[in-house]
Design a protein around this ligand. Sequence first.
Ligand code: ATP
Length: 234
Amino acid sequence: MLKVEDIHVYYGAIHAIKGISLEVPQGKIVTLIGANGAGKTTTLNTICGLTKPKSGKIFFEGKDITGVDTQNIVRLGLTQVPEGRRIFANMPVYENLELGAFLNKDKKQVAQDMERVYARFPRLLERKHQLAGSLSGGEQQMLAMGRALMSRPKLLLLDEPSMGLSPILVKEIFSIIKELNEQGTTILLVEQNAKMALSIADKGYVVETGRIVMAGDAQELLESPEVKKAYLGG
Ligand code: ATP
């Protein structure tokens, strides 16, 4: 479904991504794990058109999307839930959700999608008129995911959904990710919580200083001595 071929990304003189290639097959959960600053967020931002690669290609459902702007990438069915959620704190929950559907001119469909999001995240329904900034961290993550679902994505890019959440909420968010996948959404998940990410993923890639240093079945990576030592606390 998604194919990234040898992308290189620079920030000025900094060569942040040094030839990353990866694949996300339809219907799967694929995770990118790695330390702070390894280049995971840059990879996601490049896939969804927020950052331009200096070289390399990105294909989504066989279509070359390299250099296409984010809005048109969302239109094709590829949406990111950004790191740190980036919700609109001064707007109520329902308006944040409406913004996720900004490309959809069919009001009836938007209303139906909103009902579906509320059914999935009952806590958002209870708080639909509350300002998004007053939600808890876990609720804000649910809102960010709900907002992304409003664009009807086929492929969802999730950047550090567990960041800043308590262990119980992390579990809840991961079980929601798994459910979304079971209902047909393909997922590319960036995580520092390697153990949780690998435990729900089909495939994983380990990123170190702008390169993929290991790739394989998630289960294999979970059991790999190198991964255990570097990312799973021994
Ligand atoms: P984290 O989990 O901390 O977000 P990451 O693996 O997602 O880490 P990136 O945010 O992609 O890593 O950063 C990769 C490298 O690019 C880092 O060295 C970072 O300092 C650098 N970098 C990221 N964004 C910029 C920017 N806007 N300008 C300059 N350098 C940047």
